[in-house]
Design a protein. Structure first.
Length: 113
């Protein structure tokens, strides 16, 4: 069993930045590919990006150049750095162990002036 806990959400103005950590329990973290997802108001949950065990990343086109996923295996933590935030980035953000049913509880990010 893996538990994932997101933090770092909140209210930010357009153009601002936030960093979301997601910390995992257990000692197998470094072997797992991790993903970030989001669900905006009235929208379906969508994939945001992925980082594999080697640190390679991939992103949905809408966040490329603005969002960066990284990981610190010593801290069992994956990060989502969000820069140049837009109103349409408003959503609940979730981390997930890829190819599993292990999801975090979600954290609200609101981009508003």
């Amino acid at each position: 069993q893996v538990q994932l806990v997101e933090s770092g959400g909140g209210l930010v103005q357009p153009g601002g930045s936030l960093r979301l950590p997601c910390t995992a329990s257990g000692n197998m973290f470094r072997f797992n590919a991790m993903g970030w997802y989001r669900q905006g108001p009235g929208k379906q949950r969508e994939w945001v990006g992925t980082i594999n065990s080697a640190g390679s990343t991939d992103y949905v086109d809408s966040v490329k150049g603005r969002f960066t996923i990284s990981r610190d295996n010593a801290k069992n933590t994956v990060y989502l750095q969000m820069n140049s935030l837009k109103i349409e980035d408003t959503a609940v953000y979730y981390c997930r162990v890829l190819l599993s049913n292990f999801w975090g509880q979600g954290i609200q990010v609101t981009v508003s002036s």
